[in-house]
Design a protein around this ligand. Structure first.
Ligand SMILES: O=C(O)CCC(=O)C(=O)O
Ligand SMILES: [Fe+2]
Length: 350
C-alpha cells in the first residue's frame, strides 16, 4: 500500500498513530446554559470549571453554547457540497501569495503533508495583516475572502456562522479572563481588527491511516480555537497528566475548545496550549470546522501586566502577531527545511 501513496504524507516512525487508542472519557464537558438565563448571575461555579479545564487539560467541550444548530448544519452542508466538487473547481478559489484565504490541499504540518483539504474564510473582510516578516516593514496588506460559485449559499452560511461563533468566542474569553482573576473584558481590545478565521476541513478516507495523519501533531498558534467535529471521530489530544494520545469522542452539537499559544503567553503559562492531531481511517471521510479566534495583526503578544510581578516575572518576550503570521506564511510558500516559528522561540529562559 505504502508504495501507492506519495512519500510526503508518511510520518516518521515515532509520530505514527496507534489506531486502537481508547476514547478519552476525561475531557471536561461544560454546560454554558447559565450564561443564557437572564435571572441567574451566579457564574462563579462556571468560572471555576473553566479554570480547572484550562489548567488541567487545555481542552474541553461546551454544550448549551448558544450557537443555533441550524446555522451549524447550514455551514456543514455548504462545506460538504463545496468539497464534493472536482479539484479544478476548488482550485479556482485557491490560496496564493496575495491572500492566504481560500482553498488549499497541500497543507504541511512540521514538514509532513496532511491528509486533508481545507478552505479558510476570514471573519473580517478584508483581514488586515503585515505585508512581510521584516520587523521594520510597516506595510499592511488586505486578505479578501474568496468565494466559490458553488454552492450558492456558501457566503451566507459562512457569514452567519462567523457572527455566531464570534459571540461564543467573546463569551469564552470573558470567562477565561474571570478565571484568571481579571476583569471580564480584559481581552476585548485585542480583537478590534481581529485576524480570526473559519477553517473548513475535509479528511478523505486514507489507504494508509497507520502511516499518515489528517493533521500532524501541532499546537494552535492563535488565542483560542472553537472546533465542530462530525460524528466520525479522529481528533486526538496529548493528555497533560500522562502525555498519552487520547481520542476526543464526538458529542453531538458540542464545541471543542482549546487554549492556543497566544493565551499561553497572555496568561504567563497559567494555561498552556496542548498538542493535538487528527487520525484518519480507510472507510469514512471526516469533516470539521475550526474557528480560530485571533487578535489584530498589530498586537504585541506578551503576558498581561496584572499576571506578572517580581515573584512571577514574564515568561515571554513580547512578539508581534502580524510578523508571526507573516513568518509562518513565508515558510509555507518556501517550504523551508527548518522548524516553523513557534511561541517557544519567545520564551524567556528560566
Ligand atoms: O479537524 C480537527 O479535528 C482538528 C483540526 C485542527 O487541529 C486544526 O485545524 O488546527
Ligand atoms: Fe489544531
Amino acid at each position: 500500500m505504502q508504495g501507492e501513496v506519495d512519500q510526503s504524507f508518511i510520518q516518521a516512525l515515532e509520530h505514527r498513530p496507534n489506531l486502537s487508542v481508547p476514547e478519552a472519557q476525561g475531557i471536561p464537558l461544560i454546560d454554558l446554559s447559565v450564561l443564557n438565563s437572564p435571572d441567574n448571575h451566579n457564574i462563579d461555579g462556571l468560572v471555576l470549571e473553566i479554570r480547572n479545564a484550562c489548567k488541567n487539560w487545555g481542552f474541553f467541550q461546551v454544550i448549551n453554547h448558544g450557537v443555533p444548530l441550524e446555522k451549524r448544519h447550514k455551514i456543514e452542508n455548504a462545506s460538504r457540497k463545496f468539497f464534493a466538487q472536482p479539484l479544478e473547481e476548488k482550485r479556482k478559489v485557491r490560496r496564493d501569495e496575495a491572500s492566504a484565504l481560500g482553498y488549499y490541499d497541500t497543507e504541511h504540518t512540521k514538514n509532513v503533508r496532511d491528509w486533508k483539504e481545507l478552505f479558510d474564510y476570514g471573519v473580517q473582510n478584508p483581514t488586515l495583516v503585515s505585508a512581510s516578516s521584516e520587523p521594520d516593514d510597516k506595510e499592511v496588506v488586505q486578505w479578501f475572502n474568496r468565494l466559490p460559485e458553488y454552492p450558492p449559499e456558501f457566503r451566507e452560511a459562512c457569514e452567519e456562522y462567523a457572527k455566531d461563533l464570534e459571540k461564543l468566542a467573546y463569551k469564552l474569553m470573558e470567562l477565561i479572563a474571570l478565571s484568571l482573576g481579571l476583569p471580564a473584558n480584559s481581552f476585548c481590545n485585542f480583537y478590534r481588527d481581529q485576524t480570526s478565521l473559519i477553517r473548513l476541513n475535509h479528511y478523505p478516507p486514507c489507504p494508509v491511516p497507520h502511516l499518515a495523519l489528517g493533521v500532524g501533531r501541532h499546537k494552535d498558534s492563535g488565542a483560542l480555537t472553537i472546533l465542530a467535529q462530525d460524528d466520525v471521530g479522529g481528533l486526538e489530544v496529548k493528555r497533560k497528566s500522562d502525555g498519552e494520545w487520547t481520542r476526543v469522542k464526538p458529542t453531538p452539537d458540542a464545541y471543542i475548545i482549546n487554549v492556543g499559544d497566544i493565551l499561553q503567553a497572555w496568561s504567563n503559562e497559567i494555561y498552556e496550549s496542548v498538542e493535538h492531531r487528527v487520525v484518519v481511517n480507510t472507510e469514512k471521510e471526516r469533516f470539521s470546522i475550526a474557528f480560530f479566534f485571533n487578535p489584530a495583526h498589530y498586537t504585541m503578544v506578551k503576558p498581561l501586566d496584572e499576571l506578572i510581578n517580581e515573584k512571577n516575572p514574564a515568561k515571554y518576550r513580547a512578539y508581534n502577531w502580524g510578523k508571526f503570521i507573516a513568518t509562518r506564511m513565508q515558510s509555507n510558500f518556501k517550504k523551508l527545511d527548518v522548524e516553523n516559528i513557534q511561541v517557544h522561540h519567545f520564551r524567556v529562559p528560566e
